[in-house]
Design a protein around this ligand. Structure first.
Ligand code: ARG
Ligand code: GLU
Length: 721
């Protein structure tokens, strides 16, 4: 028995130790320990120390978290930064109007003076990171309830982060890794004066639109340029016209040498969220339960919005960013659920769980520590699935109606008006804020479109969400209208103040305390308040209770998985901290008899051209360059213009805009997507199907140089030919 078990364990560790070249998002700090050798074997010519060091400048000093959800990289001594078009999109959109339609026409600042400030946009550098598990967990023991544990940890974190940045202008944060079994401290520096420098027209930067999104072969010129500005001392400063371009400790050099299949590449950036170590129940809930509901509701929204955008230019400007966001997640969920099924991910997890159970039962200590884990997971998830489904109907359905979210913003005002301790001055201050928010909201709001959303989403909600878990007020109102949602919406949109900027402005200018009554009587406000109250009073406790149980189970399960596979190299799930993923430039076979080449070219753009379809219009200037074959030094050695390429780097949302680097640490591309067949990699990576999609840096420079004629930007960069 002993021997059998031993052999079985060896076999298991062999299987799990097979490094999936490509899988993993590694901590820069630990590369020398865990990955450097493999990276060298795969072809890398620089050292782990060149990638991350706190003793001298390293590549990490050229990488930023961009706008909270993307990555950007510095490409000049003058703070010039590259990221994706879709990452700069909302800022490009904010500067756009029918007269200055930068979304459609592109934007290129001709001088520093023309670069456009962006209120609210910031970039964050990592100064250093270090492990801080013991200090973070001091005072915690294994027998505590999760809630007690969490509050002790919170207190420790507050103290430790404060100490870490005392006397500096840095910020510090401590984040859990491996389900809270480890903690790391990050010291960061944030710049808030970040200006828009350039963006290609959407028919380049968003070529293929939502049709091609998440797909290969891809031809999107998905990049935009910004510049970081600093005070005279090169330190962060609030926007001022006296600020000067920031001088980074490091900027990337750009390689024009091109790549070939099999080449080593790595991606350096800020992946947002992955969940690789969950039990099968969790994957089932996400891929087979939640995703299908959310997909259906998003489909309904898109059908309405897309149609409205097609028939009206203003609506297109107003809704393009919103539609892109809705469509992006919609398509990701479709790909993810398909990928999970095709990979048999749930079955694979079940097989692992069987092995796990055997391992647990083969040892008395393990039995007592981990014996209850899987049954506890099973119980927690089976109780939570119906709640999660109803929660999804609410958040993806009811809250897909813009007016419901917007009207809820007036809750605070009503509360203040009813609170005797609040002065009139307090109230006017809040009213001013609401006015600003209302202006921004109405700039991008179309009442007709939203009314259609209301009709469609409300109908689905009342029909499909489990009866006992519907928002009582929604149910009651719908019953009052005899389930005639169209009659309900006609009434509501006619009477409400919130859908109409003139009416709302009239209320807000000269607002008096007693006007709160008008808000409280507003039909949109009433429904919205009912929805949010239910969210807060009914869903929040249930959801929090589940996650609290689940967090402690998952922490234990993670520890157990690591104990069970002592020789496996584990990488922590993504959590918006700086990571390195590495792999090879690689083609793939998405389906029987289909073979995808690893790069695309400008020829492919011409093949996709269709002047009648918005997403496939080709910029005339680009067509001219194509006809003249005027690619200059940006052409590949095969003489074509390469546009995008794929590789086996393990990436996720947040990696958008990340630099893709070659064996010498030079910039060869900008990461912007994953191939559809591999989008389940957030839950399980498949080396056969998972590919990240990058813009070829040569296409990016070609657009800047030949199309936009922005030589001043090219001249700033360090280009290696
Ligand atoms: N799929 C990419 C990402 O997740 C690109 C999204 C933006 N593009 C779009 N067509 N919606 O961010
Ligand atoms: N486009 C994604 C982003 O915004 C990256 C694609 C992915 O999820 O891998 O980060």
């Amino acid at each position: 028995m002993k021997i059998k078990l031993y052999i079985w364990l060896i076999a298991l560790s062999l299987i799990t130790n097979l490094s999936h070249a490509g899988e993993g998002m590694w901590l820069p700090l630990l590369l020398s320990q865990l990955n450097e050798k493999e990276m060298h074997d795969m072809g890398m010519r620089i050292t782990a120390d060149d990638i991350y060091s706190i003793n001298h400048s390293s590549l990490k000093d050229a990488i930023v978290l961009f706008g909270g959800g993307c990555t950007g990289e510095l490409v000049s001594e003058q703070g010039l930064l590259l990221t994706n078009h879709h990452c700069g999109y909302s800022n490009i959109q904010k500067h756009s109007s029918l007269d200055h339609d930068y979304l459609t026409n592109g934007f290129w600042a001709q001088s520093l003076e023309e670069e456009l400030p962006n209120a609210g946009l910031s970039v964050t550098f990592l100064v250093s990171m270090s492990e801080i598990t013991l200090k973070t967990l001091s005072g915690v023991n294994e027998h505590m309830k999760q809630g007690v544990r969490d509050s002790i940890i919170q207190v420790n974190i507050r103290r430790l982060t404060k100490e870490a940045v005392k006397g500096t202008h840095y910020a510090a944060l401590i984040k859990p890794f491996f389900g809270g079994n480890q903690y790391y401290l990050f010291v960061t520096e944030t710049f808030t004066d970040v200006r828009l420098v350039g963006a290609p027209p959407s028919n380049i930067g968003k070529f293929g639109g939502d049709t091609d999104n998440w797909m290969w072969p891809r031809h999107t010129g998905d990049f935009s340029m910004f510049r970081i500005y600093a005070g005279k001392n090169n330190e962060p400063a609030e926007y001022s016209k006296d600020n000067v371009p920031y001088h980074p400790a490091k900027h990337l050099s750009i390689s024009l040498k091109g790549i070939k299949e099999g080449d080593f590449t790595f991606v350096y950036g800020f992946p947002g969220t992955t969940q690789e170590y969950l039990p099968s129940y969790a994957v089932d809930m996400t891929a087979l339960q939640r995703n299908p509901i959310a997909i259906g509701l998003r489909q309904q929204r898109l059908d309405i919005i897309d149609k409205a955008m097609e028939s009206d230019r203003l609506t297109r400007i107003q809704y393009s960013a919103k539609a892109a966001g809705i469509a992006n997640t919609w398509k990701k969920m479709i790909g993810e659920s398909r990928g999970i099924k095709r990979l048999g991910a749930i079955e694979k997890k079940q097989v692992f769980e069987k092995d796990f159970l055997q391992w647990v039962q083969s040892d008395a200590v393990n039995s007592s520590k981990y014996g209850q884990l899987l049954p506890a997971f099973s119980k927690a998830y089976s109780g939570f699935v119906p709640v999660n489904n109803a929660y999804t109907y609410l958040t993806e359905g009811l809250l897909g109606i813009e007016l419901m979210r917007f009207a809820n913003g007036y809750n605070a005002l009503v509360k203040q008006c009813n609170d005797k301790s609040k002065t009139d001055a307090d109230i006017s201050k809040l009213v001013e804020q609401l006015k600003t928010a209302a202006a921004a909201f109405h700039k991008n709001y179309n009442k007709r479109v939203d009314m259609q959303l209301f009709q469609a989403l409300m109908a689905t909600y009342t029909h499909s969400c489990e009866n006992g878990m519907q928002v009582p007020l929604v149910k009651a109102t719908s019953t009052r209208y005899k389930e005639n949602i169209n009659a309900w919406s006609a009434d509501l949109y006619k009477k409400t103040l919130f859908a109409d900027s003139t009416k709302l402005n009239a209320l807000l200018s000269g607002f008096k305390r007693k006007d709160a009554r008008k808000i409280e009587k507003d039909p949109a406000y009433i429904v919205s308040t009912g929805i949010y109250a239910y969210l807060q009073n009914t869903f929040a406790p249930a959801v929090n209770a589940f996650y609290s149980t689940n967090d402690s189970l998952q922490r234990l399960y993670m520890a157990a998985q690591m104990e069970m596979q002592p020789d496996k190299r584990f990488y922590p799930d993504a959590n918006s901290t700086l990571r390195v993923a590495y792999g090879n430039v690689k083609s793939y076979q998405p389906a029987d008899a289909v073979d995808y080449t690893w790069f695309t070219t400008l020829d492919g753009i011409m093949q996709k051209e269709n002047p009648d379809i918005y997403d496939y219009v080709v910029e005339p200037k680009l067509k001219e360059l194509y006809k003249r074959h005027d690619y200059g030094r940006y052409a590949d050695r095969d003489s074509s213009m390469h546009v995008a390429f794929i590789a086996s780097n393990h990436t996720t949302g947040g990696n958008s805009g990340s630099p893709v680097l070659n064996a010498d640490g030079q910039l060869i591309g900008i990461n912007f997507d994953r191939c559809w067949e591999g989008t389940m990699s957030d839950l399980m990576y498949d080396p056969e199907q998972c590919r990240n999609i990058s813009l070829d840096i040569r296409y990016c420079l070609f657009i800047i140089d030949k199309m936009a004629g922005a030589r001043r930007l090219i001249d700033e960069m360090t280009i290696v030919e």
